[in-house]
Design a protein around this ligand. Sequence first.
Ligand code: NAP
Length: 487
Amino acid sequence: MPSAEVILHQTHGIFANGQWHRIPDTRAVTDPATGNLVGTVAYAGKTEAALAVDAASQAFPDWAARTAEERALVLERWADLISAHREELAKVVTLEQGKPLAEALDEVDGAAKFAKWYAEEAKRVAGEVVPGSARNRRILIWRQPVGVCGLITPWNYPASMVTRKLSPALAAGCTVVLKPALQTPLSAVFLFRLLQEAGCPDGVANLVTGRAADIGEVFMQHPAVRKVSFTGSTEVGKLLIRQSADQVKRLSLELGGNAPLIVFPDADVEAAADGAIANKFENAGQMCNGINVMYVHEQVAAPFIERLAERVQALRVGHGLHPETQMGPLIDHAAVHHAHTLVEDAVRAGARVVTGGHQLTGERYERGSFYAPTVLTGITPHMRIAQEEIFGPVAPVVVFRDEDAVLKTVNATPYGLAAYVYTRDVRRVFEVAERLEFGMVAVNGTSLSVPQAPFGGIKESGEGREGGHFGIEEYLNIKYVSVTLGP
Ligand code: NAP
């Protein structure tokens, strides 16, 4: 039975064809709050990635031929095991990623929900029969699993991103090779041990930690891999699009964002400020659908900023395992540097620091990558901080006057993942949601990721959806079969 102790402070190999294989080259996983070692994983390359793809390829015909109920049973057991180990898995998430334990527990519960939901969705994959063009002709439309899939996940949600990809893939009848982020591979190791215990057949799900570029190349060049699903930066997503051309691989891409929050003058201002904080400071601002910039109407700007600043100042920052902690560290020092560079640039261009605006130092934060929760006012949309994804605990506020102009501004970004709106006017709800060029819009709330809804973006935020019945379609091919019955 896997436990946190079996995962932490151990050395893990790659997992291929139902076996863990140790390799000599390894990399340390460290706690971003302390810099301490929390585990060691294989640093694999092309050879190991190809081995894992071969295992997935051999396992594919049998897994695809199983009934939906058989595949669902594995996913149901996986979901139950994740729930049974929620505290231990959450501890691993916190130690390698940094988020407070309460947030890690939410993430783990969400991870179990994806497995549970796709266990059910596996049984709802159906074809169609449409009228033929002749009396003796029948037209059938089937949905069949795509084949072997290469899955690449980021470090910010190291548990839920794994189940969000594996669950629909396995439910559809695909076999997979997962490459988790090198900074947070231990949650994936834990999840794979649970999946093995859930009775997942050998070779159906394989795990390779290691050199990203090499593993990515194997995914793109190995003819057995028919699809790659990637969550991460837009920069790497564009590279994968280019690499996918040679073999016309199917792609799903969940990429970066620049989510606006728009607070209209008729909004419930307190609810808007509270919603803004819940979203912006979750995971220390390292969330793809996290609010990047807050656009607040001039009539409600003063009370909004006052409540925002008051609550942000009160946020307790520290180690994620400490029960008092409300915000943990950023993933590494480079992330702190990136956030601070954007803050400094904004200040040089005329922004005002209401609270925060600096790295946290001193005994409590020594060796960790902590940044103070920050609120900036006097922001204008052309500043770098409004244009680029901050991915840190910094809340820049733009005060606006004109509804039409603010919509043009927020739509001008090349990204299109999520947007948030606060208004009590039902006419405005629909008019604004229709005009926003984003894959997801939340009105009077700031939480979006649930297993039953299609999560994903447009424009440079990617293509494809995860969640809902849309999520399983990403792993299914459509086949049109025309049957002529006779003369
Ligand atoms: P990243 O650098 O693109 O890394 C993401 C994953 O891609 C990691 O597993 C990484 O491996 C791997 N990778 C890096 N270079 C690669 C290459 N040449 N070929 C194949 N794989 C490669 O992104 P990140 O900084 O970890 O994650 C933050 C970004 O992800 C943000 O932009 C965020 O908005 C986005 N994100 C989007 C969503 C969404 O649903 N839209 C969700 C979460 C995050 P290594 O760790 O080994 O480098």
